[in-house]
Ligand binder design. Structure first.
Ligand code: ADP
Ligand code: MG
Length: 259
């Protein structure tokens, strides 16, 4: 509510809230092995439409592999992934229609900010004017409107990551997947963009699956947190529940550490 109150939402975005509700995601018995390592080990997880769920765990706990499985970049050995009740197991990433943000944003250096974001719309069949309007609205949501004609090299790291987020949401996907998107940024920037991500989530109604090893970030952003250890979900709950009633010493140590 703090974030939503501090930024004006463009009317056209706020007005489209009801039509951009996120998808439901069901992971059922998902496993992925690399040789002898069970990177993801029999994971069940039901994510509600529009929910913000964070996969939290130490390095090597399987967060990226699980997110890549949802995205379609990493095949799974067992189990199924359902989006709004339909299996996407055999769909390639571009047919799943998700928005994606990674730690190392790869913007096209020769394109302006607006062109980078518009690139993600090229297959949408929007007219030039409609496309430009959508790009403009999306950059405004991330407070990047005034930088639309700059090249990535003229931007700070935080501004570049805002552009990467704009590119991920410009198609108004029902699901956005984010793997440590803020981990390369300094603390002050991280907190500023956290507030923007929360406001975006509230405005667009998108389902977000967010990956981080940063407990504070998970507690600040999430509706629910799934704590991973050796490829398994060892606890799933709201930030308050995890903080007050950790299910194991591992969760207590991990969630309590930075606080
Ligand atoms: P996290 O994102 O939580 O740091 P990862 O999903 O990257 O964890 O890794 C989970 C486990 O799977 C680790 O033991 C890692 O070494 C292993 N792993 C991940 N990707 C590969 C790969 N391409 N080949 C072999 N092992 C991998
Ligand atoms: Mg990772």
């Amino acid at each position: 509510s703090m974030a939503a109150a501090s930024h004006d939402e463009p009317a056209s975005i706020a007005g489209s809230r009801a039509t951009t509700l996120g998808s439901r995601i069901d992971l059922r018995g998902v496993s992925r092995r690399f040789g002898r390592v069970a990177a993801v080990d029999d994971v069940d997880l039901a994510i509600e439409p529009g929910e913000f769920v964070t996969l939290l765990g130490p390095s090597g706990s399987g967060k990226s592999t699980l997110l890549a499985a949802v995205a379609g970049f990493s095949p799974i050995d067992e189990g199924d992934i359902l989006v709004d009740g339909r299996s996407v197991r055999d769909l390639p990433p571009h047919r799943r229609g998700f928005g994606m943000v990674f730690q190392h944003y790869a913007l096209f250096p020769h394109m302006s900010v607006a062109q980078n974001v518009a690139f993600a719309l090229r297959m949408e069949g929007l007219g030039r004017a409609q496309s430009a309007r959508r790009v403009g609205e999306t950059l405004e949501l991330l407070h990047m409107g005034e930088h639309a004609s700059r090249k990535p090299a003229q931007l700070s790291g935080g501004q570049q990551q805002r552009v990467a987020i704009a590119r991920a949401i410009v198609r108004r996907p029902r699901v956005v997947l984010m793997d440590e998107p803020l981990s390369a940024l300094d603390r002050r920037l991280r907190e500023a963009i956290q507030i923007e991500i929360r406001a975006l989530h509230r405005t667009l109604g998108t389902t977000i699956v967010f990956v981080t090893h940063d407990q504070g970030e998970a507690l600040a952003l999430s509706d629910r947190i799934a704590v991973l250890d050796h490829g398994r979900i060892v606890q799933l709950g709201t930030p308050a529940t995890l903080y007050r009633a950790p299910a194991s010493d591992f969760v207590a140590r991990f969630v309590g550490e930075s606080n």
